[in-house]
Design a protein around this ligand. Structure first.
Ligand code: FEO
Length: 395
């Protein structure tokens, strides 16, 4: 795709990345990802954000088209310093040595630390403006959405909000740039996976940012990842509002590990009990076969969460321990949780899970079922009861 006009004098000059397997070397992106950047070609030319270092050639070609006969870029607005957006700044400076970089105090510190850039940096504070001609840009500091320096840039002329990572998603742009050109439903799972994996930990800061931006008259939302929201910008705002408020859907995710299928047998009975109670939205993840990224997405999606673990070295089964640590790290809250598991000669697995639940803003549902080696018929009945109980709470 060449540069695409998204508003008056304003062009998308982003790139698709369908080669990287793991975003941040952690999160699978089988459907790729876009790194979005934008040119505003007014009397002065501003570039909003850049792209990851693996895409410089494609990017600079689009920038050159976007700026046309003006032939230079006057300002680079850096809304976010993570290298998927800042990775080509040095090379951009080689092309446009007079370029002035615009960011806040924390941006300036990161520019120096990442790239040794400290000259020609224009530091802005919350609410400052920059006039390009008919376009005036206004800067809104939105720290921790997703890093401390993150900010958003609002074009007061076109009412486009350049939002950084906020309102972004995994998934390349398959031919269309705008929400009205693509099947937005296709992106929903990836919006949630991106949100839970990347931004979810900072949900309170997302809520704060949403409150701060609520007074702006926004015509389009131009994030750094995924479609530009011009037909229904309120759709992506309401999705981010819901997930950052930790308001899950009715439903249940069961996450379990099993070495010799004894814990797995218990899981089957929990799932059966939930379905017997009338719950259809039941998802099961077997760790480590399910990647943490998808486990986290579904834990963020559903009200009910059941964790099942064998005991391993007197503690939680290591792949399940990784799940628990991740949920703790990402500050998952307000969920209804059930627990089950097995042990051989001493407990430890379920005990560890219980400690996690009791240390978080999570509600534990009884019965907690723990079996020695393999569950008895009575214990399997208790697993079904656990499934029924939690289903009734989350429907
Ligand atoms: Fe898309 Fe936090 O970088």
């Amino acid at each position: 795709m060449g540069p695409t006009q998204i508003a008056d004098h304003t062009f998308w000059v982003g790139v698709n990345d369908r080669e990287t397997d793991l975003f941040e070397s952690v999160w699978p992106i089988p459907r790729g990802i876009s790194y979005n950047a934008y040119v505003i070609a007014d009397e002065k030319v501003a570039l909003v954000d850049t792209v990851k270092s693996n895409s410089f050639d494609t990017f600079i070609e689009k920038v050159r088209h976007g700026i046309g006969s003006r032939g230079k870029v006057d300002y680079l607005i850096v809304n976010h310093m993570e290298p998927d957006h800042s990775g080509v700044i040095r090379r951009l400076l080689d092309c446009y040595p007079d370029l002035k970089i615009v960011g806040n105090k924390k941006t300036a510190a990161l520019l120096d630390a990442f790239y040794g850039i400290s000259e020609n940096v224009h530091v802005v504070t919350d609410g400052d403006t920059l006039r390009l001609g008919s376009h005036t840009l206004q800067f809104h500091l939105t720290p921790m959405v997703h890093w401390p320096e993150t900010m958003m840039t609002y074009d007061m002329h076109t009412k486009v909000l350049f939002a950084g990572d906020a309102f972004g998603t995994f998934g390349a742009l398959d031919g269309g740039v705008f929400d009205d050109e693509v099947d937005v439903d296709y992106y929903d799972d990836e919006i949630l996976r991106y949100f839970s994996n990347i931004v979810g930990k900072y949900s309170k800061m997302v809520q704060k940012a949403l409150g701060k931006l609520s007074g702006l008259d926004i015509a389009e939302i131009a994030s750094t990842h995924g479609p530009v929201w011009r037909e229904h910008p309120e759709r992506i705002v309401s999705i981010y509002d819901k997930w950052s408020a930790q308001e899950p859907d009715p439903g249940l995710v069961i996450v379990y590990g099993s070495m010799y299928r004894n814990t797995e047998c218990m899981m089957e009975h929990v799932a059966k009990g939930a379905v017997e109670a009338g719950l259809k939205d039941v998802r099961v993840h077997n760790v480590p076969r399910s990647h943490l990224s998808y486990v986290l997405r579904d834990a963020w999606r559903y009200q009910g969460l059941v964790l099942g673990t064998p005991t391993y070295d007197a503690g939680i089964f290591p792949p399940m321990d990784a799940v628990v640590r991740l949920l703790e790290e990402k500050r998952l809250a307000k969920r209804t949780v059930g627990l089950f598991g097995t042990y051989g000669w001493s407990g430890g697995g379920v005990k560890g899970l219980r400690a996690f639940v009791e240390g978080a803003d999570l509600e534990l549902v009884e019965p907690v079922v723990e079996a020695c080696c393999s569950a008895t018929e009575e214990q399997l009945d208790s697993c079904r009861e656990l499934g029924r109980c939690i289903a009734q709470r989350v429907m």
